[in-house]
Write a new protein. Structure first.
Length: 191
């Protein structure tokens, strides 16, 4: 659908190892750039935004970036937009000032509150309490893979394949290999 212009897709993977991939600014900036590749109208909005900030010589705040994103999403006549935020739990949840995770969750709340019929949001995450507290009240489809037999079997298959490929581990006794697979599967906690 995306290739035929029937949908726009923007994916953001939250990565705790990369400062630009674990906060609101990184998320919104990434979404803006990805969306402008789907539509000349989106590109024009981003170009105007860039010009309004003296071609990047002035710093745009997070609220301004969010406003630009909302402007794109509210644009009529565009293909449905699918936003995927993967591994939201990788955003830090620090105590004190609003954490990166809180800021991203606030953005999700803002986007959902726009009630845009052409916007689809998919969020993947471990079921952390703060994330569930924000997302559970939304009237959307919720799927938990942690306890799904297929998910668990995929994890076992992956661990078994890694164990079977490692020449050092292959020298272990069969019971020890099976114990390692069992422990790693349980410690994976569905991930």
């Amino acid at each position: 659908m995306r290739r035929r212009g029937l949908a726009a897709l923007a994916i953001f993977y939250c990565d705790f190892r990369d400062d630009k991939k674990k906060n609101l600014r990184g998320l919104v900036s990434s979404l803006l750039v990805q969306l402008c590749h789907h539509s000349d109208s989106y590109a024009a909005i981003l170009s105007d935004f860039y010009s309004a900030y003296d071609s990047g010589s002035r710093h745009a705040g997070d609220e301004a970036l969010i406003g630009c994103l909302e402007g794109m999403l509210k644009l009529t006549g565009q293909a449905p937009v699918h936003i995927i935020i993967d591994a939201l739990d990788e955003c830090p949840d620090a105590i004190g000032r609003p954490s990166s995770r809180e800021e991203v969750l606030k953005l999700v709340q803002e986007l959902v509150s726009l009630h845009l019929p052409s916007l689809r949001i998919c969020i993947t995450s471990r079921p952390e309490a703060d994330i569930r507290r924000v997302l559970d009240p939304f009237p959307f489809h919720h799927i938990s893979l942690h306890d799904e037999l297929g998910q668990i079997q995929d994890i076992v298959n992956y661990i078994r394949a890694v164990v079977d490929m490692d020449w050092k581990i292959r020298k272990w006794r069969a019971d020890d290999r099976e114990l390692a697979i069992d422990v790693l599967t349980k410690k994976a906690d569905g991930m």
